[in-house]
Design a protein around this ligand. Structure first.
Ligand code: ACO
Length: 380
């Protein structure tokens, strides 16, 4: 007997399902507002650093000067990789997908040095360790695949400065470093997105933070989640010149193709993070004497809004910004993880404090009256 599926019972993709209470991030999709622990993202992007935002997400309040200094010091002190993990990263094929490398390295970190008291509130230690080491893992892999030796540690660099240094081997200018710092702030959390949900599902079984972040990285890897910025840059590569934007984008829209970096499931107006990152793309482009990407994106924005009424999201600008900073395209999503690990850890900590195994149900639509058939009777 086959069951008919009453469509109204199933919320595909868990869309519009409120699965839990959280005090971390609030999204007002109609008003175009995003708050971390009650603070507007515009305020944080204007005044805070990524380190301050990480503290805010993990502790629910902004740090005092002493607390921030301690956090920064600890992050710097925790950047080094254990020797077996460094060897593991060096043994991976140099053409590995960097997200596969990162997932493997985080899993390896958990294997080589699982904190004794996991899981539990002490996982702030794990959050610090993971946040500190992700740039080192990416940097080591990037150096190796380009035939270079790993870089010496630079304790004088902030988190964003160190990330850029690890990837490019050079110190960024003040404006480049601040642009990357802001990009990290903007990506740090976004409520129950797919990777954060995956992290919380893992934590809800009382598994450890490292396993939760491994799940999250595997989830972020998918092009529907972490990969749109790469494709937004690929479109610019295809268009090449601002004079061709209207023609190429209009043709794609006429073929019902999606233009990456536009539209959002939650925001019905412009994603506030896109507004902020657009301004930073302009600043960095201007200081580099290269507004090519910015100008093409401005035209793209005008065409897509005119033809489809869609607004830009964060992914329209992040890839072009990272390209200007000298970051290879396949490291855009790993950079997303460097930032989002702060949010993943915050959600895992929150999950531990209000634990309830996450286990939804499925509507069974398969047969129910089958009987075992011996293998010899099943045909060739
Ligand atoms: N380009 C062209 N058309 C689009 C786009 C787009 N980027 N986004 C939505 N539409 C159109 C759809 O084709 C559909 O049109 P129709 O009604 O004529 O069929 C209509 O808008 C509604 O589309 P839905 O997919 O139902 O809208 P939803 O809100 O569920 O989609 C999503 C959100 C998945 C992000 C979508 O806008 C999209 O695919 N955008 C491109 C990918 C992207 O930029 N992802 C990054 C998301 S933000 C982030 O991760 C930081």
């Amino acid at each position: 007997m086959e069951h008919a599926a009453p469509a109204e019972v199933v919320q595909r993709g868990l869309q519009d399902i409120v699965a839990l209470e959280s005090h971390i991030t609030f999204i007002d999709g109609k008003g175009g507002r995003l708050l971390y622990e009650g603070y507007d993202i515009r305020d944080l992007a204007e005044h805070a650093t990524f380190e301050e935002v990480a503290y805010l997400l993990w502790h629910g309040r902004l740090p005092t000067r002493a607390q921030l200094d301690e956090l920064k010091q600890r992050l710097v002190g925790l950047r080094g990789l254990p020797e077996p993990l460094a060897r593991l990263i060096d043994s991976l094929p140099t053409d590995s997908n960097p997200m596969d490398m990162l997932r493997t390295a985080v899993s390896g970190l958990g294997l080589f040095e699982q904190p004794e008291e996991q899981p539990g509130p002490s996982s702030v230690e794990g959050a610090l360790r993971l946040t500190a080491t992700l740039p080192t893992m990416i940097g080591r892999f990037q150096r190796r695949r380009t035939g270079l030796a790993p870089l010496k540690e630079r304790p004088d660099l902030s988190h964003a400065e160190n990330l850029l240094y690890q990837i490019t081997g050079r110190e960024g200018s003040e404006i480049e470093n601040r642009a990357l710092d802001v990009a990290l702030i903007l990506h740090a959390d976004h409520e129950l997105n797919a990777s954060t949900f995956a992290a919380r599902v893992t934590a809800s079984t009382l598994s450890d933070l490292y396993s939760a972040v491994t799940s999250a990285i595997g989830t972020l890897k998918g092009p529907l989640h972490g990969g749109a910025n790469e494709r937004a840059v690929e479109l610019l590569d295809e268009i090449q010149d601002v004079s061709r934007v209207d023609e190429v984008v209009s043709a794609k829209l006429a073929r019902h193709e999606r233009i990456m970096g536009f539209g959002h499931r939650v925001y019905k107006v412009e994603d506030p993070r896109a507004t902020i990152l657009r301004a930073w793309l302009h600043r960095v482009g201007e200081s580099a004497g290269n507004l090519h990407a910015y100008e093409m994106l401005e035209k793209e924005r005008e065409v897509v809004h005119r033809k489809k009424g869609l607004y830009s999201n964060l992914d329209l600008y992040s890839g072009s910004l990272y390209s200007l900073l000298g970051v290879p395209k396949d490291l855009f999503t790993p950079i997303f993880a460097v930032s989002r690990v702060a949010g993943w850890a915050a959600h895992v900590l929150e999950e531990y404090q209000d634990l309830r195994l996450i286990r939804p149900s499925a509507l069974y639509v398969g047969p129910t009256e089958l009987h075992y058939v011996p293998i010899a009777e099943r045909g060739p």
